[in-house]
Design a protein around this ligand. Sequence first.
Ligand SMILES: NC(=O)c1ccc[n+]([C@@H]2O[C@H](COP(=O)([O-])OP(=O)(O)OC[C@H]3O[C@@H](n4cnc5c(N)ncnc54)[C@H](OP(=O)(O)O)[C@@H]3O)[C@@H](O)[C@H]2O)c1
Length: 289
Amino acid sequence: MNILILGGTGQVGFELQRSLAPLGTIIAPSRSDLDLMSEQAVSEYLQSHKPDLIANAAAWTAVDAAEKRQEAAYRLNGGLPEQLARYAVEQGARLVHYSSDYVYSGEGNTPWTEDSPTGPLSVYGQSKLAGDEAIQKSGADHLIFRTSWVYSARGHNFMKTMLRLAQEKESLTIVADQIGAPTPAKLIADVTALAVHKDLESGLYHLTTTGQTSWHGFALEIFKLARQMGQVLTLQAENVKAISTSDYPTPAQRPLNSRLSVTKVEHKLNVRLPNWQLQLELTLAELLK
Ligand SMILES: NC(=O)c1ccc[n+]([C@@H]2O[C@H](COP(=O)([O-])OP(=O)(O)OC[C@H]3O[C@@H](n4cnc5c(N)ncnc54)[C@H](OP(=O)(O)O)[C@@H]3O)[C@@H](O)[C@H]2O)c1
């Protein structure tokens, strides 16, 4: 099987290069090999490489910047998946794509299921939803995994930012009323490999760790575990203050309720997704030990 990984330098894409390796021959063009903003370049690349499986981990992930760069965000998050789905239909290929908790409105406090109504609050969320809907409408054989709060030992993410700030600052304020499940890129990539290997039924799935926390709770756990692993942090836990979203205005609005039910993927793959704290410990150990 020829496997094309897009976004191979990103958090999820990098891990996919490892997890999908036993399943086929991988090609993972970097941005300098293939600029995904160009529809023509993508089209030519697909025609010359003819992948059987496309794992699209590329995206416009700068949530706040998307508010001003709508066209670019829509090309990467909406137009590109639509183009990949068209190729998948024409060639009988399978498309694996990643989406986001930001497609939901964030109302209420119960977990969203794959059937829940969407209601994105930001351009990023709207553009991700456009991508999901284009794939679903295309008739392509697809797996869409909606995930949340992605982090990893490499790349830019909340965990790494918190570790840096905890070494630089003596006090910090962190939002405590957005609730979700921090999810390591490795877990997403490993479950993707399992799903491809088991030929998981085409469709939309939530894929996160289990349990829930706030950004504030996530940060406190990062600091606690980092100390246990021998990190010297300037920041003391009592100086990490919980604030509400309204105290921290950002260009893009974020959902308060990012809880995603993972029952569907657990049931269809016959797996149990792990708890967020245990996964954080592993990811921190990878980075720090
Ligand atoms: N990060 C999160 O918290 C989060 C939460 C929910 C869902 N998701 C979704 O999960 C998926 C993976 O996210 P991630 O965090 O792994 O993303 P990421 O680390 O930001 O990586 C994005 C990838 O896209 C590539 N890319 C962007 N524009 C490109 C262009 N014009 N040409 C070629 N490559 C381009 C980047 O290449 P460069 O390295 O060259 O920039 C990078 O490899 C995405 O679909 C995202 O929407 C993420």
